[in-house]
Design a protein around this ligand. Structure first.
Ligand code: GRF
Length: 208
């Protein structure tokens, strides 16, 4: 069994491509003292990401890195890892970051990259998870915080929250119900890292 982090204030970076509501929720948890972290950086691969605006308005340094300017993913990720190391980051949270994370990144932050996904994994991985759940006809869905591995939404699960799915739900109504839960559990899962309580046993996360 491997202990992932020792107890202590996290030096956190968030990677986001879009709206940034989860980023915002993490900022609020840091500000209220619920999450023992210093949110040092917001990195985005999209120049127009609302998350960048949100970072600016909260006084958090936004960094925009254009993937198309690099010959391949490895070079792009090397640059990202260098920036994260320059800021002494020890924990990375993906929050609507619309890219697969490659081995360069994962090796640099082994077991310390987490993601939030709007479905109860391992069901409905990838894009449009809420629509997949609706189309399948499940009665319950929710969200999952997991450690990122090389697969798509396949890493060890830290925390999940469940919501009902109603027959008259639309993708929008289900997404908003799930989003409320996302905002509640993401910081809680990260706080477990700050408390040094996350251990890995094979594919399982053990919370001590
Ligand atoms: C969330 O639904 C999250 O679960 C998924 O992407 C969406 C990001 O939303 N990974 P936001 O940018 O945090 O508002």
């Amino acid at each position: 069994m491997i202990r992932v982090t020792k107890p202590g204030k996290l030096r956190l970076a968030v990677l986001a491509s879009g709206r940034g509501s989860n980023f915002d929720a993490l900022c609020r948890a840091v500000e209220s003292g619920d999450l023992n972290a210093e949110l040092r950086l917001l990195i985005s691969d999209k120049k127009e990401a609302l998350a960048i605006k949100k970072a600016k308005s909260r006084g958090i340094k936004p960094v925009y890195i254009e993937p198309a300017e690099f010959p391949n993913r490895e070079e792009y990720e090397k640059t990202m890892v260098r920036i994260l190391n320059d800021h002494n980051i020890n924990m990375v949270a993906l929050a609507g970051y619309m890219r697969l994370v490659g081995s360069t990144f994962l090796q640099a932050f082994n077991l310390r990259v987490v993601n939030i996904h709007p479905a109860l994994l391992p069901s409905f991985t990838g894009l449009h998870a809420q629509k997949q759940a609706l189309d399948y006809g499940v009665r319950y869905s929710g969200c999952t915080v997991h450690i990122v591995d090389a697969g798509m939404d396949t890493g060890p699960i830290i925390m999940q929250s469940v919501v009902p799915v109603y027959q008259d739900d639309t993708e929008e109504s289900l997404s908003s119900r799930i989003l409320v839960e996302e905002h509640k559990i993401y910081w809680r899962a990260l706080q477990l890292f700050a408390e040094g309580r996350i251990f890995i046993d094979g594919h399982k996360v053990i919370i001590k």
